[in-house]
Design a protein around this ligand. Structure first.
Ligand SMILES: O=C(O)CCC(=O)C(=O)O
Ligand SMILES: [Fe+2]
Length: 201
């Protein structure tokens, strides 16, 4: 599906080995466009506030979420352009986008790997960041416990290969300093069959 020689700048890979690869591409969208898309999405999306059963209690998912199939005729406008950017920079044709809206530093996503039973085997996940910069932690599940702390700047793409979901967890921790809102778009190739999309803590 995806060939590494489709990637124009191998040096942007933070690692690339038997555990998969992670690639960070800053400035894929200019600042004005990133700001415009952020505002459009914040206003146009019908953001869901979800709850999730955890340790026999219902808890709030600490961010707002939304999701679309990319063949949805009513796909909000900037998502089409955003998927074009994700596709041209990764060489992969995606069929779904999951959105996360982190309202402030108290919003987060707990360490997790994306559900492999929902992904077409071998396909990467591309995260496009808009709004304020938040830090992502990527941590190996097993020793030697490689840890990456990445600032995900607006207009950047982060590409995580399929294999990394077996070997690493990723998350956006809460922060105790003032930070503005952030929206992330997670492009995926979802399997045709398979479970309905869930969300992560
Ligand atoms: O907001 C992000 O950049 C990460 C989101 C994420 O990990 C997910 O939606 O699965
Ligand atoms: Fe994720």
């Amino acid at each position: 599906m995806m060939q590494s020689d489709l990637f124009p700048s191998p040096s942007s890979r933070l690692f690339d080995d038997a555990t998969g690869f992670v690639e960070y591409l800053p400035d894929c969208i200019d600042t004005d466009t990133a700001g415009h898309w952020f505002t459009q999405l914040r206003e146009a999306i019908d953001w869901r506030h979800e709850r999730r059963r955890m340790y026999e209690r219902d808890v709030d998912v600490p961010r707002l979420v939304a999701s679309f199939r990319l063949d949805d005729a009513s796909l909000p406008l900037p998502l089409r352009d955003a998927s074009d950017v994700a596709e041209s920079r990764s060489g992969v044709r995606f069929n779904s986008v999951g959105l996360n809206f982190y309202r402030d530093g108290r919003d987060s996503v707990a360490p997790h790997n994306d559900h492999l039973d929902e992904l077409e085997p071998g396909t990467p996940i591309v995260l496009l960041s808009l709004g304020d910069t938040r830090q992502m932690t990527i941590r190996a599940k097993r020793p030697p416990r490689r840890v990456l702390q990445l600032d995900l700047a607006p207009g950047s793409l982060l590409i995580m290969s399929y294999a990394t979901q077996l070997h690493y967890d990723h998350g956006i921790p809460k922060v105790d300093y003032p930070v503005g809102p952030r929206i992330s778009l997670a492009f995926r190739v979802r399997r045709k069959e398979g479970p309905a999309g869930g969300h992560y803590r």
